[in-house]
Design a protein around this ligand. Structure first.
Ligand code: ADP
Length: 291
């Protein structure tokens, strides 16, 4: 079509233009092909997060980017604000009367503190696992089915059965409990209970899983099982984990943020934070000089 309007003398110029466009296209294609598949995009962005409990300020201007499909560890001495920050991400601090949060947290670019946002739905999208396994006083089956039921995620019993099974499979617990689904969740061992809680979080199809020292009540063997599970889960979920164990942070996470006195002092690739920290305080903490 374009060619019909071109006089002879214009043809070489057009050829050049087309060549240029082709070059540009090839370059763009090459750039797309060369994109590092390991490079993750940002899932959660926090900007200038301040948190107060009454008059006492617990977090000071937190700016942090959490990458998708990876594990981010929050480390730092006790009382430095790690759990407080974690609870900002699914608005769990809302339930603490004296707690006030300011700043912006966006998940996939959407402000989670938008007053129009349904907080119950948000907490289904952002699952949470606590320090002490806290199964409901219900059967193993009902522990998992509870969330999908209240969020209306399945149409019928067969679908619910399937979701219960797939959640338990993903949490690495199915084989151990498939013959005792009607038994009480509280009858499981500590490590199994924690995997049950992870399965319960997974059942509402979250994108993000927050874990607040999930292994602190577990023995070393149960801890190793949970750590392996965390490593598998990151393929499909963005995970943020508070841990007091630097060894655990080094084993399970790709990114680490070091908190101190309510501030993020340093964050980056876990290997870099542990082998080549840029800040003296990080260095002092990871070498055990305080904390
Ligand atoms: P970390 O997880 O690093 O141990 P936290 O986030 O639990 O730190 O605590 C940070 C600060 O906020 C501490 O001074 C703690 O006492 C205070 N804090 C945490 N939770 C509450 C609460 N529910 N009410 C009052 N103060 C709190």
């Amino acid at each position: 079509m374009v060619a019909t309007h071109i006089v002879e003398s214009e043809a070489p110029m057009l050829d050049k233009k087309l060549d240029k466009e082709l070059d540009a296209n090839n370059l763009a294609e090459a750039e797309t092909t060369n994109v590092d598949p390991a490079k993750k995009s940002t899932k959660i962005t926090s900007e200038d997060i301040d948190v107060y409990y009454g008059d006492k300020q617990a977090l000071f201007g937190i700016n942090l980017e959490i990458l998708e499909n990876s594990v981010t560890s929050l480390i730092g001495p006790s009382g430095c604000g790690k759990s407080t920050y974690l609870r900002c991400i699914n608005r769990m601090n809302d339930v603490i009367d004296i707690c006030r949060v300011s700043g912006t947290i966006k998940i996939d670019g959407n402000d989670i503190y938008d007053p129009a946002l349904d907080v119950v739905e948000l907490r289904a999208r952002i699952g949470m696992v606590f320090q002490k396994p806290n199964p409901f006083p219900k059967s193993i089956y009902d522990n998992i089915a509870y969330g999908p039921r209240i969020h209306g995620l399945t149409e019928n019993k067969a679908e619910l059965d399937e979701l219960v099974e797939s959640s338990l499979v993903k949490a690495g617990l199915w084989k151990e409990v498939k013959d005792r689904l009607a038994g009480p969740g509280t009858g499981l061992s500590g490590g199994q209970q924690q995997r049950l809680c992870i399965a319960r979080a997974i059942a509402t199809k979250p994108e993000v899983i927050l874990m607040d020292e999930p292994c602190s009540a577990l023995d070393p063997i149960a801890t190793a099982t949970i750590e392996e599970l965390i490593d598998e889960l990151r393929t499909n979920y963005t995970i943020v984990i508070v841990t007091h164990s630097m060894q655990q942070a080094a084993r399970v996470s790709q990114r680490t943020a070091f908190f101190h006195l309510g501030k993020v002092i340093e964050e980056g690739d876990t290997t870099q934070i542990f082998t080549n920290p840029q800040n003296e305080k990080t260095q002092d903490y990871i070498t055990g000089r305080f904390g």
